[in-house]
Write a protein that binds this ligand. Sequence first.
Ligand code: SF4
Length: 425
Amino acid sequence: MEKMSGIHSEKITVTHTELNEDEEPPSKPLYINQEELLKEYFQSKRERDKTSLSQRSTSFLRQYFPETSEKDWNNWHWQLRNSVTSIRQLSGFLNLSDNEIRPNQTINDTLPIRITPYYLSLLDKDNPDHPLRRSVIPVFDEFLSSPGEASDPLSEGHDSPVSNIVHRYPDRVLFLVTGFCSTYCRYCTRSHMVAKDKCHIGKKAWEPGLQYIEQNTSIRDVLISGGDPLTMTDENIEYLLSRLRAIKHVEIIRIGTKVPVVLPQRINRSLVNILKKYHPLFLSIHFTHPEEITLEVKEACAMLADSGIPLGSQTVLLRTINDNVEVMKKLMHELLKIRVRPYYLYQCDPILGSAHFRTPIEKGLEIINGLRGFTSGYAVPQYVIDAPGGGGKIPLLPDYYQGREDEFVLLRNYEGKTFRYPDFT
Ligand code: SF4
């Protein structure tokens, strides 16, 4: 397992006594600053061998996987192999309620289920209203279609010049490189494409997308998404990043992922060593609720941030999950503490069977109103609607601009007081 401890935030003093505790140091001669080199070597060894985990995960592991070692639990391949993929399996972990789908009831035509054991360990076993549980457990409401819903509400198919590329804005593209996620969110905008039979897309199928990017010199920004790109092998990630980085006009590469939140074990030294070779590289991490920010997630984000990767968050506004100011403020504060800059708050897209997740737009405005001015500007994400039909992201702001009075503009501040700004030009 290649998982790290919280050492990034601490100043470590290494003594020779400590250095001798684990194993023989490397045999090659150490000419320059021997102490520093030894420190680096053993620090990296500790990261590789790290097997500690949060109290919650420890109890869950002992209860449900008593034969499994902490080392295996901390291995992302083990997490994927042991993910829950059926309602029958799920019923062994949770007491399913009447509105949740139970064994012997079919979920055909809806998004398949997949949850890592790690994320499952965060769910409340008995409470169907638990926010994290609601985001990943299928319920009967998913079968109810409402007006305005569609399987591909953003019409990404219409803006796809070649397979796996969505080219909607002038200078950037979305590159959908896999249809697989380690954990499926029930409100997923791309539920029409993720988790399908051929969801592992792979190198050959990326070729038209890569050639399209190579041939279009206006593309300076590539957002790699899916599915979840960080569920791919190191080799595939490296291949993809190296191909993109070799294109001169591609200035920045972004990766959209929920892996640090649902499979933090994946953020290991070998992955980070690959990612940091392809700067400027940004990560947009999908967070939903402050309860997701566990010890494991903090360590994963520390490792990414320490490698110089700017981290931003994307959060979908979800009814009774995170739709109030206090929960959202707590989430944004916790994100800043782990060096993730709140970036977008999305209005939930109207995919089929999503009415139970969606809030009125006023709710999103109320939340922004409750953040702006009441906390640091860094903690205020941009609230956007991805316009149905392919209109792109449209920002929404509470009504701070209140019109004009002669040569003055009337502005409302965060406390609701009106101020006049002289605008004589
Ligand atoms: S992680 Fe993203 S792509 Fe995967 S199911 Fe969740 S919302 Fe969809």
